[in-house]
Design a protein. Structure first.
Length: 547
């Protein structure tokens, strides 16, 4: 008989991966914080691991760090070392990292400093800047597990195009960050690395699938990170962690060479985008990447250079107070109301609006995600002999069903035709806002929740339609922080008529006492391929809120 106390092979593989990662954190950087300390965002500043100078470095925005390195006011070695130390603290408190490259990063920083001292020529727009990457980006010679046991101990033979571009622009890759299994859940946990906690409240989720990036950046363990988004995976973690983040349209930022949990799924495209505590850092990253002419290395990119945006003095925004499926909980509604009031006080117009048929967009997305009958994910789960994570139950069911009912290409084509018709109707609906704005233009941007709640308790996330609808239509969305949850965000004594089981579960669970202090953010959506405008409008909203 099998000894029940003996770990299964997959458990041993995962434990060895975690041990190898943890061994790369120097003993001098170790911290000890009781589990009942929930908000750990200030620990790096107070634990004594970082010097006063290093705290200052890690709390400086990325563009300013580059400026100071180019001006010889800081060295790349000092900047990289500071962020490696802060990232190590973030890992211990939130479990946000997968692959660690601290030693290699410091060595590379020394090389950059030496070359700069000799030539006086900066390496690029990101000269000497440490940049973190979501786990699915390949870094040659190290694993890209994407949370799969089967992909442990499988070092990749090449860099992703994004990895190359970051290096060519002067950045230093110093770590990769955790994701959910296959990057297909709204919380970041898997059988290899475990669960990534939200540093604002460790009883809550950091979101997914770029949840490791969100936690790391919220801890200021990186000045700039790169995430990916196929249904909300940049925007949800950015919102839960109080960050800025950009989900672009497909075709602006290169995706080639990254590892996917569903390779070949192109009905809804996964895209790359920046995440940071700084909007200026996101803007720097976006312009830097486009300026490299990525269409010359990724055949699916569009030859659209970075464009400066001229905006009218008075703007008109749409604002989504309810997607028709799940009404936002009180903190989100308050954030919407505060943003509306701030923009109106700044002289802009804000009009309540509902996107086209959100229920249909939800249905289309769900069908696409299991369009292969769950085969791609199922095959890798089986290869690693690991159990299915709870959050992938729909894929597990699809895989079981497809054994007797294999999916047909004709079904995919039918769904894609429905998607195209939906996108046309959604575009017409957006353009019809000309009749509402009195500016002669459709909405300049639409403000919407990122989710109906702030960071939720572990293993309770559901409902991605506030973000995924814009993946179906391929429209950019830029996240901007608004407020924090307060005890006054109480559930009303009389809750509106709950329209479905999902809405009922979300509202039944809502308890502001569980999430007091949690960040609340919104997203600014524009028409397709208007990433520059999305970032600029997000900045206008943030400035209005700051007054």
């Amino acid at each position: 008989m099998t000894d029940p106390t003996t770990p299964a092979p997959w458990e041993t593989t995962a434990a060895n991966k975690r041990a190898a990662r943890d061994a790369l954190i120097p003993k001098a950087w170790l911290v000890s914080v009781p589990d009942d300390v929930l908000d750990v965002t200030d620990i790096p500043r107070t634990c004594g691991v970082l010097t006063t100078a290093e705290v200052k470095i890690t709390e400086t925005e990325a563009p300013e760090l580059v400026k100071q390195m180019v001006a010889n006011e800081l060295t790349s070695e000092a900047v990289v070392t500071a962020f490696c130390k802060r990232a190590a603290i973030a890992q211990q408190l939130t479990n946000c990292l997968t692959e660690i490259y601290f030693d290699e990063a410091v060595a590379r920083a020394k090389e950059i400093d030496a070359k700069y001292a000799k030539t006086g020529k900066p390496l690029g727009p990101l000269h000497g800047l440490p940049v973190s990457l979501k786990d699915n980006f390949n870094v040659k010679g190290s694993d890209t597990t994407v949370g799969f046991v089967a992909w442990c101990n499988d070092p990749q033979p090449y860099d992703s195009e994004m990895t190359k571009i970051m290096r060519d622009c002067g950045a230093i890759i110093f770590c990769k960050t955790n994701v959910p299994t296959a990057m297909m859940m709204g919380e970041s946990y898997n059988n290899v690395w475990g669960y990534t906690l939200n540093p604002w409240n460790r009883k809550t989720s950091s979101g997914g699938s770029s949840g490791g990036e969100g936690a790391l950046l919220a801890m200021k363990g990186s000045p700039l990170g790169v995430g990916t988004d196929i249904g909300g995976s940049i925007r949800i973690p950015s919102a839960f962690s109080g960050l800025y983040g950009l989900k672009p349209s497909f075709g602006r930022f290169p995706t080639y060479g990254a590892r996917s949990g569903m390779p070949g799924q192109e009905a809804v495209r996964s895209i790359n985008g920046p995440m940071s505590a700084s909007l200026a850092a996101c803007e720097l990253w976006a312009k830097t990447v486009v300026d490299t002419r990525p269409w010359e290395v990724d055949p699916l990119m569009l030859p659209i250079p970075w464009r400066e945006v001229e905006l009218p003095e008075q703007l008109c925004f749409g604002i989504v107070m309810d997607d028709g499926i799940v009404m936002p909980t009180p903190p989100i509604t308050r954030a919407l109301q505060e943003t509306k009031a701030a923009l109106e006080a700044a002289g802009h117009k804000v009009i309540e609006w509902t996107p086209h048929n959100t229920g249909q967009s939800k249905s289309i997305l769900e069908r696409f995600f299991v369009g292969d009958g769950g085969d791609k994910i199922s095959s890798v789960i089986k290869a690693g002999e690991e159990p299915w994570p709870a959050g992938l139950i729909d894929f597990e069911k699809a895989a079981a069903f497809s054994l007797a009912n294999p999916p047909l290409v004709s079904d995919l084509w039918t769904n894609q035709a429905e998607r195209n018709a939906y996108c046309k109707a959604a575009l017409d609906h957006w353009m019809a806002s000309k009749e509402l704005t009195s500016t002669g233009r459709p909405f300049d941007g639409v403000i919407t929740p990122v989710s109906p709640f702030s960071a939720p308790p572990h293993y309770t996330f559901e409902h991605v339609t506030y973000t995924s609808i814009w993946n179906i239509t391929d429209q950019p969305g830029a996240v901007f922080p608004v407020t924090r949850v307060t005890p006054n965000d109480a559930k009303p004594e009389v809750v509106h008529d709950l329209r479905n089981d999902v809405e009922k579960r979300i509202w039944d669970r809502y308890d502001p006492e569980e999430v007091v202090g949690a960040p609340v953010a919104l997203q600014m959506v524009t028409m397709r391929l208007q990433e520059e405008k999305a970032l600029k409008l997000a900045g206008i909203a943030a400035q209005a809120l700051a007054k």
